[in-house]
Design a protein around this ligand. Structure first.
Ligand SMILES: [Zn+2]
Length: 264
């Protein structure tokens, strides 16, 4: 059973850390997001010290997944386990293998260990059953922002999980100004058709975004690209410091499934 706080359905990472026997978590400036090193006194999790704690939590959860799975694929990691958690870790590893080794093998062969660790991290931070429960009402930027706040995850992670839950297309566009002042799509989650990273906005859309006030409430606006300025896309827009976020919803999936599990 994953440790969860009574008032929050997400996993309690500090308790999970204790249960996994991770004595050392080191935050430091480093080029990669995170790494787990198996030392004399057990696993040492190293996390990049960045600005956003949601990103740090994602890295931490991903590395905890490594602590969980690494011994299964790399038995040598077990021998670096500290004495007082050794038996527990051996039992845990054997438990994972005994559960159904062929399933785990198939998953690893299909998606790889890094993706498996990402999947577990997503599940720890924003459980799939909650994404399914909340997806039907999270169809605009305000509600997705509030879901992200509730689970204390990034807007990107919230959008990915909600999309996975029902198969709908929630497009998240991270917009940034270039040095010459026009705006481009810097990053996307499931972009609308014809949009991708690096797309430049039309002159009118660039001007409009540049003149938007920074408010906490998204505004509905139509934007278009330089390539197809006549084709307008109605999005929720949120202006932040040196960036803006655009959100577009398209229902593609069958809608909420009838047998919606009730998260406890
Ligand atoms: Zn990894």
């Amino acid at each position: 059973m994953l440790p969860r706080r009574y008032d929050n359905p997400r996993c309690d990472l500090s308790e999970l850390r204790q249960r996994l026997g991770v004595r050392y978590v080191v935050y430091e400036r480093r080029p990669i997001h995170g790494e787990t090193v198996w030392g004399q006194r057990g696993p040492v999790v190293q996390v990049r010290d960045g600005r956003h704690h949601q990103r740090r939590n994602m890295t931490l959860a991903h590395e905890f997944a490594h602590v969980l799975f690494d011994p299964v694929f790399n038995p040598a990691a077990l021998h670096s386990t500290i004495r007082d958690t050794f038996d527990e870790r051996v039992a845990l590893s054997q438990g994972i293998i005994a559960e159904d080794a062929s399933v785990l093998d198939a998953v690893i062969n299909r998606i790889g260990l890094e993706k498996l660790c990402d999947e577990l991290a997503f599940e720890l931070l924003f459980p799939a059953k909650w994404a399914l429960k909340l997806a039907s009402s999270a169809t605009d930027l305000t509600s997705v922002v509030s879901v992200a706040h509730r689970f204390d995850v990034s807007l990107t992670l919230a959008t990915i999980r909600l999309n996975e839950a029902t198969g709908d297309r929630r497009s998240l566009l991270q917009l940034r100004p270039t040095c010459v002042g026009d705006w481009v799509v810097a990053e996307t989650v499931r972009p609308p058709r014809g949009w991708s990273e690096g797309v430049r906005l039309s002159m009118e859309s660039s001007r409009m975004i540049g003149s938007l006030a920074w408010t906490g409430h998204p505004l509905w606006r139509e934007i278009s690209t330089q390539k197809r300025p006549e084709r307008l896309l109605g999005v929720d827009l949120l202006r932040r410091q040196e960036m803006a976020v655009g959100f577009y919803f398209e229902q593609l999936g069958p809608g909420p499934r009838s047998a919606t599990p009730t998260p406890s």
